[in-house]
Design a protein around this ligand. Structure first.
Ligand SMILES: Cc1ncsc1CCOP(=O)(O)O
Ligand SMILES: C=C1C=NC(C(F)(F)F)=NC1=N
Ligand SMILES: [Mg+2]
Length: 227
């Protein structure tokens, strides 16, 4: 398993397998979300985040029903099921965790509601990262690494260097890089000190989500050989 490769990130009693973190909502998918998730897990995805967002986002009942189906697929494969932003949905499904942005509910509140769940926080610079670490975030989503059209309101593109800066400033908690990550540029994110990569379109827009996921995992093994 990835543990042997040292890619997954231990955090106290929580194992947070950030190696290959797939994020999707119905708005990102070429095929049915259930198919994309199932294939991507078969291809090596280690963690999943349900992120239903944007003007084409499903209404709550359909969103919840889709989330339940995707959660079931994760449970069948022992993959952590994380919800983006939505506190109610996280509680209703008893999800494994929640991911919050800087403009969402404060981490202190979220942690009070979910003391034992995985709580991930978006961080765009060293300041935000150290604040989130102090407040008890379980992992950081750092980006955007590269340009992406997937999220219309992305912050300034920082590149992998910002992860290096975070590590240099003593940020020890698990970091996953996000934003425009493809097979060609994933390695630079890992070399910069990330524990894994988070991906939307490189997998959800691929005509073969299994292959798309597998390509990332193969890369990592290759990297290990010449480390
Ligand atoms: C949710 C999010 N946060 C920063 S960039 C981004 C979108 C990542 O999508 P993609 O992997 O398709 O660039
Ligand atoms: C905006 C986001 C930034 N990072 C992450 C993750 F990769 F999970 F850390 N998820 C998000 N939804
Ligand atoms: Mg958010």
């Amino acid at each position: 398993t990835d543990e042997s490769l040292g890619f997954s990130s231990e955090r106290g009693d929580k194992v947070i397998p950030l190696s290959l973190y797939l994020i999707l909502g119905s708005q990102n998918c070429k095929y049915a979300p259930e198919f994309v998730l199932q294939e991507a897990i078969r291809g090596g995805v280690t963690m999943f985040q349900f992120r239903e967002k944007g003007e084409s986002a499903l209404p709550y009942r359909e969103k919840r029903d889709l989330a339940k189906r995707l959660q079931q697929i994760c449970q069948n494969n022992d993959i952590p099921f994380i919800v983006n932003d939505d506190i109610e949905l996280t509680r209703e499904l008893n999800a494994d965790g929640i991911h919050i942005g800087q403009d969402d509910r404060p981490l202190k509140d979220v942690r009070a509601w979910f003391p034992d769940k995985i709580v991930g926080v978006s961080a765009h610079d060293v300041g935000e990262a150290s604040k989130a670490m102090r407040e008890g975030a379980d992992y950081l989503g750092v980006g955007p690494m590269y340009h992406t059209d997937t999220k219309p309101d992305i912050e300034l593109v920082k590149g992998p260097a910002v992860i290096q800066a975070m590590r240099k400033s003593g940020i020890q908690i698990p970091i996953v890089g996000i934003g425009g990550i493809t097979h060609a540029n994933a390695e630079a994110v890992l070399r910069a000190g990330a524990d894994g990569i988070a991906v939307i379109s490189a997998i959800t827009k691929d005509q073969d989500p299994y292959q798309a996921a597998q390509m990332f995992c193969t890369d990592k093994t290759k990297r290990l050989d010449n480390k």
